[in-house]
Ligand binder design. Sequence first.
Ligand SMILES: Nc1ncnc2c1ncn2[C@@H]1O[C@H](COP(=O)(O)OP(=O)(O)OP(=O)(O)O)[C@@H](O)[C@H]1O
Ligand SMILES: Nc1nc2c(c(=O)[nH]1)N=C(CO)CN2
Length: 189
Amino acid sequence: MSRVRPGSDEPAPVRAYLGLGANLGRPREQLRWAVAALAQEPGITVTGVASLYGSRPVGVTDQPDFLNTVVAVDTTLPPGQLLDRMLELERRAGRVRLRRWGPRTLDIDLLWYGGRVIHDPPRLIVPHPRAAERAFVLIPWAELAPGTVVPGHGRVADLCAAADPSGVWLEEPAPAWWQRQESPPTSGE
Ligand SMILES: Nc1ncnc2c1ncn2[C@@H]1O[C@H](COP(=O)(O)OP(=O)(O)OP(=O)(O)O)[C@@H](O)[C@H]1O
Ligand SMILES: Nc1nc2c(c(=O)[nH]1)N=C(CO)CN2
């Protein structure tokens, strides 16, 4: 069932939250590129970007530390098409899957889509099945939307308060980290 904005045949936008992560190549630049690329996608409006956090790898620990953030979007895309756009951005960022939970140049997870529960494994499970237990997701997410209710789990603020924050640290506050343009390398210095 898709909602339509009154007076138009344009579908009404739906709020979604995306978890972004990177730990290969130039993670900060790749995440900055991903925010800008999302904002340029037709059918996607970026409405919020959390601060940039550093985090110890969870799961497969023999890999570099990550940079993580969460982005709020309003989208007219159905969830499957939003996922396809996210996967295409990962591909454009040069992501190669060598092993599950292995290092990556860019990972974009669909954390939450309009409060809906979507179970179409393995292609799409929403809310993201591990979002409610990951401090590297919950801390930036709580910065943007503490009152959001994750179906089956509760409020983001409460999940964040219950998560172990020890492996997550603030790298750079929003909006500086994603609005600052990298100064071109100066020659000779
Ligand atoms: N909510 C979701 N967000 C993103 N991808 C999802 C989601 N649910 C299922 N998938 C599927 O997961 C596949 C593999 O995702 P990926 O390899 O990025 O997993 P991961 O990020 O390494 O691990 P995790 O899922 O624990 O974050 C994607 O091709 C996608 O079809
Ligand atoms: N700190 C951190 N650990 C992870 C991350 C991540 O983004 N950050 N992503 C994973 C697979 O999605 C597995 N482990």
